[in-house]
Design a protein around this ligand. Structure first.
Ligand code: GDP
Ligand code: MG
Ligand code: K
Length: 280
């Protein structure tokens, strides 16, 4: 059976290093359609599978404000790889988790490659990665890309998750608080009146992005027969949230994501006494 794995991650997290280990010399380099962003693809044979590995552009977020982010997001939404492997820099975990949380919100099959654990360890950062994975509903594999450590385990785990065989993989929601959640529910209900739109991507994700005011997601909805009803609800929801909070909806949502990350990290991170001294 053929499987497709997409590699996502922040710039410098080690995507290219891991891609090279996974695919060796079997690589094809081109451009993403219509843009001058490099696209790398490779294949690897793993047990009974022919696995295609696609290297997505390095990104920090999944907004519509950069061509790299749009390429990565559209690929995941439209081409639907069997599993997304998010490569995180463990020595910059909090920042790298911002993209990870947005991938979780897409409700796609996901694995975290916790890369640069050598650097994190040397800095005295101690994290219970397995616990973090259980909290976030995403299996974690520790890797040291430069030494090729953990790459086989990563490929095993990616295939396991692609086949729906991993017990850790489950969908976890960011809780945006009662006021925002109420508006998400209203928008989601409007989205679900168009079965085709609701099936085109995860409806809760669509609702969150519409409330954030994402222009590309809005355009996606404009093509739907339910567009008028959905967008009217979105405008009502955004106006309502703007009235009750001092921040705009985009800021509210970003802050809730950071809060969610901080909460999860608090349960999993143990700094060594030496590391504590250098950060305080
Ligand atoms: P990309 O931007 O995500 O493609 O990142 P690269 O693969 O180009 O890696 C960025 C830098 O980090 C390079 O100098 C790599 O050699 C280095 N690197 C990658 N993985 C690791 C790792 O696990 N540990 C350490 N110490 N360095 C790494
Ligand atoms: Mg790279
Ligand atoms: K998940």
């Amino acid at each position: 059976m053929d499987l497709t794995i997409a590699l996502a991650g922040n710039p410098n997290a080690g995507k290219t290093t891991i891609f090279n280990h996974l695919t060796g010399a079997r690589q094809k380099v081109g451009n993403w359609p219509g843009v001058t962003v490099e696209k790398k693809e490779g294949t690897v044979v793993h047990r009974e599978h022919r696995v295609r590995v696609v290297d997505l552009p390095g990104i920090y977020s999944l907004t519509a404000y950069s061509v790299e982010e749009m390429v990565a997001r559209d690929y995941i939404l439209n081409e639907r790889p069997d599993v997304v492997v998010d490569i995180l820099d463990a020595s910059n975990l909090e920042r790298n988790l911002y993209l990870a949380v947005q991938l979780i919100e897409l409700n796609v099959r996901l694995v975290f490659a916790m890369n640069m654990v050598d650097v994190a360890r040397a800095r005295g950062i101690r994290v219970d990665y397995a616990h973090l994975g259980r909290l976030l509903g995403v299996p974690v594999v520790e890797t040291v890309g430069t030494r090729g450590e953990g790459i086989d385990a990563l490929l095993d785990k990616a295939v396991e998750v692609a086949e729906g065989r991993d017990p850790v993989a489950r969908h976890v929601h960011v809780n945006y608080g009662p006021e925002v959640e109420e508006e998400i529910a209203l928008v989601r209900r409007a989205v679900q009146k168009d079965p085709e739109l609701a099936a085109s991507c995860y409806p809760r994700w669509l609702a969150v992005k519409l409330i954030e005011g994402d222009p590309a997601v809005r355009r996606r909805v404009e093509e739907s027969p339910a567009a008028a009803a959905v967008l009217a609800q979105v405008d009502r929801s955004r106006a309502h949230l703007q009235r009750i909070f001092s921040d705009d909806p985009e800021t509210l949502i970003a802050e809730a994501r950071y809060g969610f990350i901080a909460g999860a990290l608090k349960e999993c991170v143990r700094l060594s006494p030496a590391a504590k001294k250098t950060v305080s």
